[in-house]
Design a protein around this ligand. Structure first.
Ligand SMILES: [Fe+2]
Length: 339
């Protein structure tokens, strides 16, 4: 890959004003580049893919390998890419049950995640939000109809190596859906709504600056900002999607188990008594799968735990209140991850 540095200070700043970030996977949606693609490295933009070309799989993989999750393109290319992404997502959503289920499911999950990235960049865009909502709604039915392929879809998406802010909501929601389906306690409509709530619960992190995600030591102010993301999600979604207050509240309090754990370790911690009143099995399960996926995955500053180690933590969080469900969870996870 040739790296052409933009050497003049003026040229560099002129360029910075014109470039927009996209997720590197969005390069697959390029038909033909009108301008070069850049990466931002050591304070400079470097040209990595020339204008007039179509990014190849090798070029995209090389960028991912070198940890460039974002690349920079001109607005003209950006608009084309976003349009192509939307068209591709609508197309695969409409024909999910036509043809090869494995291929369709993988493609849908990948495009949906890229589109979630776009929504994070424009959280107030109603069209993008409705596209996410409706596509996810469609996906629920498809996933429920293809129960035996759920582990395949989960691992396929995990392999894409999306940043955890984009990958984790869907990964935890696939597990949630699969578990809910296995315990037969909920109607399909409830499973659908819980899947949607689980998937959309972290949308509030779009209001937190990007560079805060990957650092270990946060200031108290940063920690406050993070702990507010569930409230931000609630505020961003209320009145904009057809999800009832009950499910919006699950979103608003989806970190209640983390808070409860903090409360156990910290005598001075004042738990929110409101939380205790409304938290039922649904909220617990949404929170548990979120924590499970977070704990078992690596972060830039720590290694992920094993499934067994994570279950030890989850046991402390839910086993007293829901002993039967915890047992069912252990059996379910063993089955889901048996290969
Ligand atoms: Fe969250």
């Amino acid at each position: 890959m040739s790296l052409n540095m933009i050497s003049s200070y003026n040229d560099h700043h002129r360029l910075a004003l014109k470039l927009k970030p996209i997720l590197v996977g969005e390069l697959y949606l390029v038909r033909k580049l009108r301008h070069p693609v850049y990466i931002f490295k050591d304070g400079l933009f470097m040209n990595v893919i020339p204008e007039g070309s179509v990014p190849t799989k090798d070029q995209i993989n090389a960028l991912i390998k070198n940890l460039h999750r974002e690349v920079y393109v001109y607005r003209e290319d950006l608009e084309q890419i976003k349009k192509n992404l939307e068209t591709a997502l609508i197309k695969v959503t409409r024909s999910l049950s036509v043809g090869d289920a494995l291929e369709n499911g993988n493609k849908d999950l990948k495009l949906l995640s890229l589109s979630l990235g776009s929504l994070y960049q424009n959280p107030h865009n109603d069209e993008l939000l409705m596209l996410q909502f409706q596509t996810t709604q469609n996906l629920t039915k498809f996933l429920m109809d293809n129960k035996k392929h759920q582990p395949y879809f989960f691992h396929g998406l995990a392999k894409e190596n999306f940043h955890f802010t984009i990958g984790q909501p869907m990964l935890s929601s696939i597990l949630l859906l699969s578990f809910l389906q296995s315990i037969h306690l909920f109607h399909d409509k409830e499973v659908e709504n819980l899947f949607l709530a689980s998937y959309l619960k972290d949308i509030g992190i779009s209001l937190i600056p990007d560079m805060k995600y990957d650092i270990k030591t946060l200031t108290i102010k940063d920690k406050d900002l993070f702990s507010n993301h569930a409230d931000f999600s609630f505020d961003l979604l209320e009145g904009r999607i057809p999800l009832s207050k009950n499910y919006l509240n699950i979103i608003k309090h989806h970190h209640f188990l983390n808070d409860r754990m903090k409360g156990i370790g910290d005598k001075d911690f004042k738990g929110n008594s409101d939380n205790e009143m409304i938290m039922g099995l649904e909220s617990t399960l949404v929170a548990v799968f979120d924590i499970l996926v977070a704990m078992t995955n690596d972060r830039p500053y720590r290694r992920g735990l094993s499934l067994y180690q994570s279950l030890e933590v989850i046991k402390k969080m839910m086993a007293d209140e829901y002993p039967q469900e915890f047992k069912a969870l252990v059996v379910f996870l063993k089955q889901f991850f048996k290969n």
